[in-house]
Design a protein around this ligand. Structure first.
Ligand SMILES: *[C@@H]1O[C@H](CO)[C@@H](O)[C@H](O)[C@H]1NC(C)=O
Ligand SMILES: *[C@@H]1O[C@H](CO)[C@@H](O)[C@H](O)[C@H]1NC(C)=O
Length: 403
């Protein structure tokens, strides 16, 4: 309990809480004033943002905005004439019979909770006046309150590849069911010898401090997706360095899933695609290639939709913490968001290293040498998450690894 590592985690948490509270009160003070109107007005005046031309057979609500002017790296983006409805991310039909969707629809409780047509990812076509007006009223990660229109807009504008619209291309898998494993970092995996089983899935999701070297037998080696917020990614590099987590997983076929929990995530994502240092904010000067490797292009990155995060929190993980003074800090854990993302995109989902009823028997993470109790952060509700995994497992919707 009294190890320096544990103390450091507590300090990190405290620092995080304090800065979040400070930021929050600052942002209450600035945002509650009628500034949001002014943000738009002032941005419209010099002309960086113009609504796309109308006249196409489309409601005003789905008019796409485009960035005009040439302040953005000499890359003058003209208002786009083609105005398509954003396509739903789950447009590719699945030939899988025993799928998450089928099982959820057959379950009396989960049938009422799942809404499979909720968009999972966000891409350039979502940058519309309607979306801006709706999301600017909700704080991050559920919206864009207090975020600059220019930052959000210029980031989304870069997510214009077809790969930004779906997590994976179903055509790459020949018929049948697309099977996904989501690997949390829980101590239950120490000595589990689940590596082969994990790697036998078509796609493997990992997150935060996903140490692989030295633990291949227990956790496997395959990484199709790495999920994070800039905050959790950088904290993992600091906290788990001593266990060999010195680099974010990289690879040709690996894709990164950004959780937009802060303006930092939009700024880092934009810089990562552009291959340039972060221009402003608390990560100013950071080189994204240090984290994501040299091969940076829009295809490498996925961005979770704030509406998806809102839907997940409201329907799957509506914590009591939302009724406390910590409500603005609460959000589902990175692991929970990855598992729920897999549940809304894959046909079949296995969860490894997630919290189980007997979590007290295991260390916080699988790579610790001495047993450490699970750290309960004030911004997550791990017991609620444990109950959700248990109940999804009982309903046959996920396979939760337990021992
Ligand atoms: C996406 O946007 C970039 C930058 O504006 C442009 O160079 C590229 O051709 C676009 N890609 C697609 C697929 O439209
Ligand atoms: C993990 O497993 C190894 C080998 O079985 C053991 O020596 C180590 O103490 C375990 N770590 C924890 C934190 O239980």
């Amino acid at each position: 309990m009294g190890s320096p590592h544990w103390k450091r985690l507590c300090l990190l948490l405290l620092a995080g809480l304090t800065s979040s509270l400070l930021l929050y009160s600052h942002y209450r003070a600035t945002v509650e004033a009628p500034t949001s109107q002014r943000i738009i007005a002032s941005l419209l005046q010099p002309g960086p943002l113009v609504p796309a031309p109308s006249g196409t057979p489309q409601g005003a609500s789905s008019r796409r905005w485009a960035l005009g002017g040439s302040s953005e790296s000499g890359n003058s983006l003209q208002p786009s004439a083609e105005l398509e409805e954003p396509e739903p991310s789950r447009k590719q039909p699945s030939p899988c019979l025993h799928s998450v969707t089928a099982r959820a629809k057959a379950d009396p409780k989960f049938r009422e909770i799942f809404r499979f047509n909720t968009p999972v990812l966000m891409w350039d076509q979502h940058f519309t006046l309607e979306t801006w007006n709706r999301l600017k009223t909700r704080h991050v990660p559920y919206g864009w309150q207090g975020l600059s229109l220019a930052v959000v807009g210029s980031t989304l504008q870069l997510l214009n590849a077809s790969a930004n619209r779906h997590l994976f291309d179903r055509a790459a898998f020949s018929g049948g069911c697309v099977r996904c494993a989501v690997v949390g970092n829980g101590g239950i995996l120490n000595g589990s010898r689940q590596g082969k089983a994990i790697d036998s899935h078509h796609l493997v999701f990992r997150l935060n401090g996903a140490v692989i070297k030295g633990f291949e037998e227990d956790v496997g080696t395959k990484v199709s997706f790495y999920g994070f917020t800039v905050n959790t990614m950088k904290n993992s590099l600091i906290s788990y360095e001593e266990y060999g987590f010195t680099q974010i997983p990289q690879g040709k076929d690996l894709r990164y899933i950004f959780i937009p929990s802060d303006v930092r995530d939009y700024l880092m994502l934009k810089s990562a695609i552009q291959g340039s240092p972060v221009p402003e904010g608390s990560d100013k000067g950071d080189d994204p290639q240090k984290y994501f490797g040299l091969e940076a292009s829009a295809e490498k990155f996925k961005l979770l939709h704030p509406d998806f995060l809102q839907y997940l929190t409201a329907r799957f993980l509506r914590s009591e913490l939302l009724n406390t003074q910590y409500s603005s800090l609460y959000m589902p854990s990175t692991g929970a968001l990855m598992l729920l993302t897999a549940l809304h995109t894959c046909d079949q989902v296995s969860a490894y290293g997630f919290i189980t009823a007997n979590y007290e028997q295991f260390s916080d993470h699988y790579y610790e040498v001495e047993k450490k109790p699970l750290v309960f952060y004030a911004n997550h509700d791990m017991l609620l998450e444990a109950a959700l995994w248990r109940s999804l497992h009982r309903a046959g919707i996920i396979t939760l690894y337990q021992r």
